[in-house]
Design a protein around this ligand. Structure first.
Ligand code: ACO
Length: 373
């Protein structure tokens, strides 16, 4: 083989994007030019969703209109509610999300309509309905009836209300909102790239999003936030972290929530999410979990020099908010729908079919025998 193989496309620049910029050297991430930490400190997820799609932060009037559109589209149709209720209770919640996205594509007569306006309408519909879908799924697993969305609450507060039938303290809603801002977009990650590959075939937005959901589910990508919590629960207490890590490394296991393809010196989103996790610890008085978190991080980073990624603090933060562990990645979908669809718009606007080459290393060409022998 003479071709140079870039396994996992590592280091390959595939296309341009104006949605976000990840700078490895300076450990920074910007959405449309704004540092993500500043957005998390000063704006809501609704502002950031608007920014990601429209390129500019909304004015007061633009935000109001945007929120009105989102609130008016939150309710899902009865057939979709029934479809979710009929799925096996022990299936993974990401399969529920993927099924629901495919359903929304199937019933949208404009599913194949192209152009910025038609696509933004579909993206806004998914953004408005995904929280309702995730909440219905959560409740059915607990044997509870769905709670209809309300137009009186903001995006994050309405989600809590639909899941738990109550809106928690403002600090909790804010921590959740911060996580949504941090999860919204991250350039050509595996799921976003999947959505661009599907879009490049001139397939429709729902198909591209359903594919992206599948890519996000894996523990090397979005599924890591669930895996982190499962891991911390298995470790149990801070004093057991070191022995647990010894054992895991002896088995050559990957430690969930650590490492990143792009950031090698720390994920730029972690300090902001860590602070949100600490706020949750303060609200819930969960100091044992914080001790475990710190001991595990200190030990693993000390040994390997591999730093936490966003999933490390977000997993335990969602746990303290009361969400079931297997709903963490669907929550990630609720945020990333903004980034995925912004990339789908870009891909459509300047499309080239994504079709790489492979280096063949199988059998040499041979004749098909006349009989089966
Ligand atoms: N635990 C143990 N070792 C690790 C880890 C880890 N989490 N991450 C990297 N390494 C080691 C590898 O074993 C490898 O060592 P070697 O060179 O001795 O074989 C070296 O570091 C390089 O690792 P790669 O897997 O080749 O690096 P890559 O850039 O492909 O990996 C990835 C990035 C997949 C995220 C990896 O760090 C990982 O598996 N992490 C755990 C899963 C995770 O947290 N994923 C979430 C990513 S962020 C997100 O999606 C929001």
């Amino acid at each position: 083989m003479t071709e140079e193989i870039k396994k996992g496309l590592a280091g390959v620049v595939v296309d341009t994007t104006a949605v976000s910029k990840v700078v490895q050297e300076t450990n920074s991430l910007t959405y449309r030019g704004y540092p993500v930490q500043e957005l998390a400190a000063k704006r809501s997820f609704e502002d950031v969703a608007y920014l990601i799609w429209n390129g500019e932060l909304p004015t007061e009037a633009q935000l109001k209109k945007f929120q009105e559109r989102e609130r008016s589209q939150r309710a899902v149709d009865d057939k979709l509610v029934q479809l979710i209720l009929d799925l096996p209770k022990d299936c993974h919640p990401m399969h529920v999300v993927q099924t629901a996205v495919a359903y929304l594509g199937a019933v949208d007569p404009e599913a194949d309509a192209e152009g910025p306006e038609a696509n933004l309408a579909k993206a806004e519909l998914l953004y408005a309905q995904l929280p309702t879908i995730v909440a219905i799924d959560h409740r059915r697993r607990h044997g509870l009836d769905p709670i209809a969305p309300t137009k009186d609450l903001g995006y994050a507060a309405n989600f809590f209300k639909m899941v738990f039938d109550e809106v928690p303290a403002e600090e909790v809603v804010r921590c959740f909102d911060v996580s949504m801002i941090l999860y919204a977009e991250h350039s050509f990650n595996a799921s976003t790239f999947t959505s661009r590959v599907i879009t490049s075939t001139t397939s429709d937005l729902y198909s591209a999003v359903a594919g992206a959901v599948g890519a996000l589910k894996g523990p090397l990508h979005g599924g890591a936030n669930e895996a982190v919590m499962a891991m911390l629960e298995e470790v149990g207490t801070a004093d057991k972290a070191s022995a647990w890590i010894d054992d895991a490394l002896a088995k050559k296991a990957k430690i969930m929530g650590f490492g990143h393809r792009v950031y090698k010196n720390g994920d730029s989103r972690v300090p902001t999410m860590r602070k949100a996790f600490e706020d949750m610890v303060a609200v819930k008085g969960a100091n044992d979990l914080l001790d475990l978190y710190n001991a595990f991080e200190e030990d693993f980073v000390g040994r390997k020099g591999i730093y936490p990624n966003l999933d490390y603090p977000s997993g335990p933060a969602y746990h303290l908010m009361g969400f079931d562990t297997d709903q963490f990645t669907p929550i990630f979908v609720m945020a990333r729908i903004t980034g995925w669809t912004a990339h789908i718009f870009e891909q459509q606007a300047n499309n080239a079919l994504i079709r790489p080459l492979s280096a063949y290393d199988g059998e040499d060409q041979r004749e098909v025998p006349d009989d089966r022998g």
